[in-house]
Design a protein around this ligand. Structure first.
Ligand code: CS2
Length: 470
């Protein structure tokens, strides 16, 4: 089993391992212990720790499921990350995670950690659907305890794929702080929202790295490469970007993070927009196409000439021209290569998970902007048609799959009720305000195109139809 005791042996095998002490009080409380954080921000913190900056050890908080936290605890919170491309593979062990806990089992531990003197940052990767009053109530409890302890504020950094993620989280937290239901000692606690607004920072950020969910294949490969089992091993690509707004409680964090490759900028929006629309937008389109055509991973999808052409055209003609990120053509070209990375094995069903929560960030703003600018929306409408078809829960060869989505029951019920009546499918699923908003379905240039492509997909199949999108 991977553990502190196995590190010297691994170093002798050429695996990069942490050589710094891991026994202090964490400076970061991270909510959402999934694969993404562990292969992205945690590796930035690992690098800072390796350079001797002891302030970046992480308490990793699993929101609900105890299994991963237990597996990590059994291996001294060490885990390996493989960086993989067609050309090269390398392994390193991250030492950034020092402790873990499970929020649903011990919210008090999270609150206490936020109120600890050593804590400077809270980071979050809790997924789109978790930005709820319950999340904000937990954060606000921690901040309240922190104020009561006479400590300063925290930098609270959302790292989820939401537009204006920091702004959204700040608004949720301020609303929770103003909500009497969250204040057990109202009266003495007045002014918490003002304190948060004055003392805490909620930088917007864009985080980018393709990190597939942990799998038994990765664990088996880790065991072989390391010579010891690792139940929490991950695989990722070499590419990573973290662009964060210059908005920290401690201004010197900007220079600290910049020194290890984080881009600290005054305005994140151009980067966030490019990433959400080009990467995540294409991902969600391929996820639906792949689910229907039984192409299990993204590299299978992009290897299909029709899909490659569709995604290239989507980025070049419908999304890119409206972006403010000046180097978007380079980002697009890099993305096409990243999607093709054969070693990532990034499951389309993983990406299709929670699509009802993702579409409003990934497709809707692009479609509205393109329509307003007089640009084509054929490929976006095709993607939308594929999602409607995807909600039937059955692929083109008749095999059922699980629709992992908080709205799955109602989505499947609407798809069932419409049956083969495509007009009804478009008028119901295609108009859900929670997914599509109000403006896009109301635009005369949108639904007829969705209906057109849905008809094609139904009649000819998804790949043949993709080939016809121009
Ligand atoms: C993906 C993202 O699962 C998904 O929805 O689109 O996790 C994507 O891999 C990351 O945002 C890449 O930075």
């Amino acid at each position: 089993m991977l553990s502190s005791a196995s590190l010297p042996g691994l170093a002798a095998h050429g695996v990069a391992v942490p050589a710094y002490p891991r026994d202090g009080a964490p400076g970061v409380v991270h909510l959402g212990l999934g694969a993404f954080h562990r292969a992205h921000q945690a590796l930035v913190f690992d690098r800072l720790l390796a350079e001797g900056d002891r302030r970046w050890g992480v308490l990793g908080v699993a929101m609900r499921q105890p299994a991963l936290a237990q597996a990590l605890a059994a291996q001294d919170h060490l885990y390996s990350v493989q960086t993989a491309s067609a050309q090269e593979r390398s392994w390193r062990v991250s030492g950034a995670l020092w402790h873990s806990c499970v929020a649903s089992e011990s919210p008090h531990t999270v609150v206490q950690a936020m109120a600890a003197a050593s804590t400077r940052w809270v980071t979050l990767t809790v997924t789109e659907k978790a930005y709820t009053p319950a999340l904000a109530a937990l954060l606000v409890q921690g901040l309240r305890a922190r104020r009561a302890a006479g400590l300063g504020g925290l930098t609270v950094a959302s790292c989820d794929n939401l537009s204006g993620n920091g702004r959204q989280l700040r608004a949720l937290c301020l609303a929770a702080a103003n909500d009497p239901a969250n204040d057990s000692a109202r009266g003495s606690e007045d002014g918490l929202a003002d304190w948060i607004a004055a003392h805490c920072a909620f930088p917007n950020s864009m985080v980018d790295r393709i990190v597939p969910a942990a799998s038994s294949v990765t664990s088996a490969e880790a065991a072989q490469a390391l010579g010891v089992p690792d139940q929490a091993a991950l695989r990722t690509e070499a590419f990573w970007e973290w662009v964060i707004e210059r908005n920290f409680v401690d201004d010197t964090d900007a220079a600290t993070l910049s020194a290890v490759g984080v881009q600290v900028v005054d305005e994140v929006a151009p980067f966030e927009e490019a990433k959400l629309r080009l990467l995540n937008g294409s991902h969600s389109a391929m996820a639906c196409i792949g689910a229907l055509a039984r192409l299990p991973v993204i590299s299978n999808c992009i290897a299909q000439p029709a899909v490659y052409q569709l995604v290239h055209g989507l980025m070049s003609h419908e999304l890119g021209p409206l972006l403010r990120r000046p180097d978007w053509p380079d980002y697009r070209d890099a993305l096409l290569q990243r999607f093709a990375n054969p070693t990532l094995q990034h499951s389309v069903h993983q990406i299709a998970t929670d699509s009802s929560q993702k579409i409003s960030q990934r497709w809707v703003p692009s479609a509205l902007a393109a329509l307003q600018a007089g640009l084509p929306v054929e490929r976006l409408a095709f993607a939308a048609a594929c999602w409607l078809r995807y909600c039937r829960g059955v692929d083109e060869q008749g095999r059922a799959y699980v629709l992992a989505d908080p709205l799955s029951e109602s989505l499947m019920a609407l798809a069932r009720a419409a049956g083969d009546d495509l007009d009804t499918l478009v008028a119901t699923l295609g108009c859900l305000p929670a997914v599509w908003g109000e403006a896009l379905p109301a635009h005369p240039g949108w639904l007829p195109r969705v209906r057109h492509w849905l008809g094609r997909v139904q009649a000819k199949g998804v790949l043949v139809s993709a080939d016809a999108v121009r």
